[in-house]
Design a binder for this molecule. Structure first.
Ligand SMILES: Cc1cc2nc3c(=O)[nH]c(=O)nc-3n(C[C@H](O)[C@H](O)[C@H](O)COP(=O)(O)OP(=O)(O)OC[C@H]3O[C@@H](n4cnc5c(N)ncnc54)[C@H](O)[C@@H]3O)c2cc1C
Length: 454
C-alpha cells in the first residue's frame, strides 16, 4: 500500500465494505479495500456449516444498484411468513405481508464471497488481506495497519470508509476525540447457533418457506432455511437465571430444558450435543455514536457506526442501505466529486434513521419474545392486517414499512407509534369481532391525519 493514496480507502471487506467498494468502482473510482482476515476465497470457503441472514427490500435495492441482485437471488430462499411453534408443537402461520412479499434467507459466507468476487471483477478494487487496522492518527489522518509479518504500514486517502464492523478499530480512535458521542449497550441475553440437518435426500425437515419461531417468554429460538436442506437455528436466552446460559452448562440439563421448552425441535436437532458444547454463546450489542465522520475525511458505515440487535433482521440491510444512499449522493454530485461534502452530508443525515432501526429492533425483541401471547397485542395485529387488506399502502404495517419498503426508518418508526396508539385504543374498546366499515374508515382517517407521509 502506498503511503499516500489518490483514491478511497475502505477498511473491512465484510458485507458492507465489499458492496460499497463495488459501488465506488462502478462509479469510476479506484479503491483500496483492506481486511484483517486472510482471503476467504484463497482459504477455500467451503460453505461449511451455514450461517444465514434475512435479506429484505433495502438490501435488494442496494444489490440491484450494483447489478448483483439476480446473482444473489439464485441462492436465496423466500420466507413468506413466521411459523410459530407452541409448547405442544402446534404450528401457526403468520404471513409477513401480501402473498408475493417475502424476506429471503441468504448464506452470510456465500454472500461475502460473492461480494468480494464482484469487487474484484470491477478491475478497480485493490484487495489487501491480512492487514489489521489499528486506527488512525488524529492529526495527520494517516491510517495504520499491521500486516501478517508484523510490519506497520501507514497510508492516507482523500476518503476513508471504516466498514470494520461492530468492534471497529477506526471508531476506537474516534472515541478518543473531543465531542464524540458513544453508547454501547448489551442485552442480558446471548445467542447460540444450533443446526437442523437436511433429510438424507437433501430436503428440509420443516417448512422451508417460513422463518420458524419458538417464542417462550424469557427464551426464544428461531430457524432460517438453507439451500442445502438444513436450517440454522438461533437460541436467544438470558445469561443469568435458573435456565440461563450460565446455568445450563451440563448437556443433560440443556437437553432437559429443550424437552420442556422446545420439544418439537429436538427430533430435528440431530447434532444437539455437539452444537451445545461446541458452539459459543455470543453477546447482543447495540452501538450508537455520533458524529460518524472525523474531519470530513473518515466516515464509519455499517456495523462500525450502527450495530443493532438482530430481531428485525435489519443489520446488514441497513448497512447496505448506507451504501445505496451514499452511491445516490455521489451520483447527485455529477462528475466533480467532493468527498468532504459526501462524508459530512451522510454523517449529518443518516444517524437518525440508524437510531430508529436500533430502537425498532429492541422493541421487536420484546414483541417476539413476550407479546405474541398477549390478547391485546394479537387483536392489534389482527385489526392491522384487516386495515392493510382494506386500505393497502395507505395503511402499511410498520413491519412492512421496514422490511418491504425504502421508507426512512425514522418515518417508519413514527408511523408505527401512531398505528400502535390508535390500534391499542381500538382493541381496548373492541376486543373481539369484525370491525365495521365505518370503524375501519375512522381508523384510516385518524392514521392519515397523524402519520408521516414519505
Ligand atoms: C445473530 C445475528 C443475526 C443476524 N441476522 C441478520 C439478518 O437476518 N439480517 C440482517 O440484515 N442482519 C443481520 N445481522 C446483522 C449483520 O450480521 C450485520 O449488520 C452485518 O454483518 C454488518 O456488516 P459489516 O460489513 O458492517 O460488518 P461485518 O460483517 O462484521 O464485517 C466487518 C469486516 O471488517 C473486518 N475487520 C474488523 N476489524 C478489522 C480491523 N481492525 N482491520 C481490518 N479489518 C477489520 C472483518 O474481518 C470483517 O470482514 C445479524 C447479526 C447477528 C449477530
Amino acid at each position: 500500500m502506498d503511503s499516500q493514496l489518490d483514491h478511497p480507502l475502505v477498511i473491512g471487506a465484510g458485507l458492507v465494505g465489499s458492496l460499497w467498494s463495488t459501488l465506488l468502482a462502478q462509479r469510476g473510482h479506484e479503491v483500496t479495500l483492506v481486511d484483517r482476515r486472510p482471503d476467504m476465497r484463497a482459504e477455500g470457503f467451503r460453505g461449511g456449516r451455514s450461517i444465514n441472514l434475512a435479506m429484505s427490500t433495502r438490501g435488494w435495492h442496494a444489490l440491484r444498484m450494483a447489478g448483483l441482485e439476480d446473482e444473489v437471488r439464485k441462492h436465496a430462499l423466500p420466507m413468506r411468513g413466521r411459523m410459530m411453534h407452541d409448547r405442544a408443537g402446534k404450528l401457526t402461520a403468520q404471513p409477513y405481508g401480501k402473498s408475493d412479499e417475502a424476506i429471503y434467507s441468504v448464506s452470510r459466507g456465500g454472500l461475502n464471497l460473492l461480494l468480494l468476487n464482484a469487487a474484484e471483477a470491477t478491475g478497480k478494487v485493490n484487495l489487501v488481506f491480512d492487514h489489521k487496522c489499528n486506527g488512525f492518527d488524529k492529526r495527520s489522518l494517516e491510517v495504520s495497519f499491521t500486516n501478517a509479518a508484523g510490519e506497520n504500514i501507514k497510508t492516507k486517502s482523500p476518503a476513508v470508509f471504516g466498514a470494520d464492523g461492530a468492534y471497529s478499530a477506526m471508531r476506537s480512535t474516534m472515541l478518543r476525540t473531543p465531542r464524540f458521542n458513544y453508547e454501547q449497550s448489551y442485552l442480558d441475553y446471548g445467542y447460540k447457533e444450533m443446526h437442523i440437518p437436511a433429510h438424507a435426500d437433501g430436503s428440509h425437515r420443516i417448512d422451508p418457506e417460513a422463518l420458524h419461531i419458538w417464542p417462550r417468554g424469557q427464551f426464544m429460538m428461531i430457524a432460517l432455511p438453507n439451500p442445502d436442506g438444513s436450517f440454522t437455528c438461533t437460541l436467544f436466552m438470558p445469561y443469568g437465571g435458573a435456565n440461563g446460559f450460565d446455568s445450563l452448562v451440563e448437556i443433560a440439563d440443556a437437553r432437559a430444558f429443550f424437552e420442556n421448552e422446545f420439544a418439537d425441535s429436538l427430533e430435528h436437532l440431530l447434532e444437539f450435543e455437539e452444537d451445545w458444547t461446541s458452539n459459543p454463546v455470543s453477546p447482543l450489542v447495540t452501538i450508537r455514536c455520533s458524529p460518524w465522520d472525523y474531519r470530513q475525511n473518515i466516515l464509519l458505515i455499517g456495523d462500525a457506526s450502527h450495530a443493532i440487535v438482530p430481531f428485525y433482521g435489519q443489520g446488514m440491510n441497513s448497512g447496505f442501505e448506507d451504501c445505496s444512499l451514499l452511491a445516490a449522493s455521489l451520483d447527485a454530485q455529477g462528475s466533480k466529486v467532493d468527498w468532504e461534502s459526501l462524508i459530512a452530508g451522510f454523517s449529518e443525515s443518516r444517524p437518525k434513521d440508524a437510531n430508529a432501526i436500533a430502537d425498532l429492533a429492541l422493541k421487536n425483541f420484546v414483541e417476539m419474545r413476550d407479546r405474541v401471547a398477549d390478547p391485546l397485542f394479537l387483536r392489534q395485529k389482527e385489526v392491522a392486517a384487516i386495515m392493510h387488506k382494506t386500505f393497502g399502502d395507505d395503511f402499511l404495517p410498520v413491519y412492512s414499512q421496514v422490511s418491504f419498503s425504502n421508507t426512512a426508518y425514522s418515518e417508519a418508526q413514527a408511523n408505527g407509534e401512531v398505528q400502535e396508539a390508535i390500534l391499542s385504543a381500538f382493541a381496548k374498546t373492541r376486543p373481539t369481532g369484525t370491525p365495521s366499515k365505518a370503524e375501519l374508515k375512522a381508523l384510516a382517517d385518524q392514521y392519515k391525519s397523524l402519520s408521516v407521509a414519505s
